[in-house]
Design a protein around this ligand. Sequence first.
Ligand code: DAH
Length: 282
Amino acid sequence: GQALNTLKTKAEEKVETLTNNLDNSGVQKNIYGDLTRPAEPIELGARHPISIVKNQIIDVFSRIGFTISEGPEIEDDWHNFSARNFPPEHPARDMQDTFFVEKEVALRTHTSSVQVRLMEAGELPIRSIMPGRVYRNEAISARSNCFFHQVEGLYIDKGVSFSDLKQTLYNFVQEFFGANTKVRFRASYFPFTEPSAEMDIYLGTETESDYRLTKGTGWLEILGCGMVDPNVLENCKIDPKEYSGFAFGLGVDRIAMLKYGVKDLRTFFNSDKRFLDQFVNL
Ligand code: DAH
């Protein structure tokens, strides 16, 4: 109380001296208007929900030693497809409908392209995550958009195994969704990993939105993953006899929908201030 009173007296004295100085300075009176009037409130912006979730994902992986890397959104065929073991004309290229800028140049369809750039840089071991925006030529609906966001992960060292992959992803799920979250791995196919898997988390079917989001199964896919295919290592001048690694790609938008109960993906991107203002204090 005493300290506050001292402060108050000091502030009053200061205001008085400044006012007197101003009055005596010959400056025309009142040109500053009423100096005691309250200021206009400053409107603070909010971080976008996709950025909030992206940063939280980054936090979880940073805590266990992953660095952050980034790459270009306009990408050449080599980094997006060929180096990732999609041969020319191979049907696997149809898995990702692509926006071409010109022949052999496209908007990246996944952040996996950044993995190639990192491996080519040649500094081993690699333990890094790569957040970013990706583009696909898809019909726009409540569940899919022509652009979305991924966080890619890559770990390359001697003796990396599938159990390291599982443990890293278990850790992510427990930190991000809570210690009791159930997960399952399903065998899958990606040209750049062998073996490949997809990971689902269990939401249940009790609420209407969980039922809809999981199409009645209770399970929601949140990422693709696998052991980096030896062909990919070789394409990036890494010897697969000496090194092995795992990789994964997480869908950020889907996790954000889940986290905030957003039913239509498009709401994130139509810049409606009433929607965005809800994230001001997060
Ligand atoms: N790039 C894949 C996609 O966009 C996701 C993915 C799957 C990334 C497996 C990976 C991986 O790094 O190992 O559908």
